[in-house]
Ligand binder design. Structure first.
Ligand code: MEV
Length: 327
């Protein structure tokens, strides 16, 4: 059996706009998806999702990737998770020239699914690494990132950036602009995450922004303005200026809200964080529900979020400098 893990992430800046070629800066956090892979004698895939947090519930699933999951909590999310695993294994088969390789796969994750913390990228990256190593091939983290991106593209109908998968494969803070992906230096960041217990549908949210952009020129301008915030944010990150980072995160949230990807619970958590004295707060990831990220060196934001209606969980998240790794 071969086991790999990969980290989730928060977006300091730039989600959605990155799909249209603007830069984005995601940061890996110390919450991981772990994938264990064991070769089978036939060409089938059997997947066991263990301890996967969905909508605040824990879901167990056992079955093959071509069966409909027999679960009643957020079935579509479970199915989406299985879709990523299927696409990841296709990439591993292709990379190792083993089109008929079959595997038993167990996924455990402490990253809530579909909540903006990069769960699907982490599962995809860890699955490609574990499945390729299981058949004796070791890929570089850049190749894993590239293959995970291609897997995401197939699951998300051709709408994905390289940001989530590159960040999960390499760890740390990264900058992604189109095909240009690189690590950036980051100071210690006082990251606090608030989770509303829900999830957003990335495909639908990305399609919604695309439709707005096609209909209104100012929606296109909004996307470009997010790019300007990211460029300014990169300078603040390089200078270790967390106060400026916070201000720019607030700005970024406002523009994401204008693009229609926030929600009442995300806005409530953002305002609770700001009222508690956070340096800044914004939704992270595709939005629609899920998580916000705030910067606060004190305990105030975490405490305030715990008492905020609609917030299911709040926790401090450390930057994870390690990407995909063998367990
Ligand atoms: C989703 O985590 C981030 C989006 O920008 C989509 C993508 O970059 O693929 C909304």
């Amino acid at each position: 059996m071969t086991v790999s893990s990969a980290p989730g992430k928060v977006y300091l800046f730039g989600e959605h706009a990155v799909v249209y070629g603007e830069p984005a800066v995601p940061c890996a956090i110390e919450r991981r998806a772990t994938v264990a892979v064991e070769s089978r004698d036939d060409d089938r895939l059997r997947v066991h999702l263990s301890d996967l947090s969905i909508d605040g519930f824990t879901v167990e699933y056992s079955g093959s990737t071509d069966e409909t999951p027999d679960v009643n909590v957020s079935e579509s999310l479970v199915q989406a998770g299985i879709g990523y695993i299927d696409a990841a294994i296709e990439q591993a088969r292709d990379a190792t020239d083993r089109p008929d390789a079959g595997f038993d796969i167990t996924v455990e994750s402490d990253i809530p699914l579909g909540a903006g913390l990069g769960s699907s990228a982490a599962v995809t990256v860890a699955a490609i690494d574990a499945a390729t190593r299981e058949v004796g091939v070791s890929l570089s983290s850049d190749e894993i990132a590239d293959r995970a991106y291609r897997a995401e593209l197939t699951v998300q109908d051709g709408e994905a950036s390289r940001a989530d998968t590159f960040c999960s494969a390499t760890g740390g803070a990264v900058r992604v602009e189109g095909d240009d992906c690189r690590a950036v230096k980051s100071p210690e960041l006082p990251i606090v995450v608030g989770f509303d217990g829900g999830a957003g549908d990335t495909g639908k949210l990305v399609a919604g922004v695309r439709a707005l952009r096609e209909e209104y020129e100012f929606a296109g301008d909004t996307v470009q303005s997010i790019g300007d915030i990211v460029r300014q944010g990169e300078r603040a990150l390089a200078e270790g200026d967390t106060e400026e980072l916070g201000r720019l995160m607030n700005f970024n949230h406002g523009l994401l809200e204008a693009l229609g990807v926030s929600s009442r619970s995300l806005d409530n958590m953002v305002w609770a964080a700001r009222d508690a004295g956070a340096l800044g707060a914004k939704l992270t990831g595709a939005g629609g529900g899920g998580c916000i990220v705030a910067l606060d060196p004190t305990d105030e934001t975490e405490t305030a979020l715990r008492f905020t209606p609609g917030c299911e969980d709040a926790f401090r998240a450390e930057l994870d400098t390690e990407g995909v790794r063998e367990e």
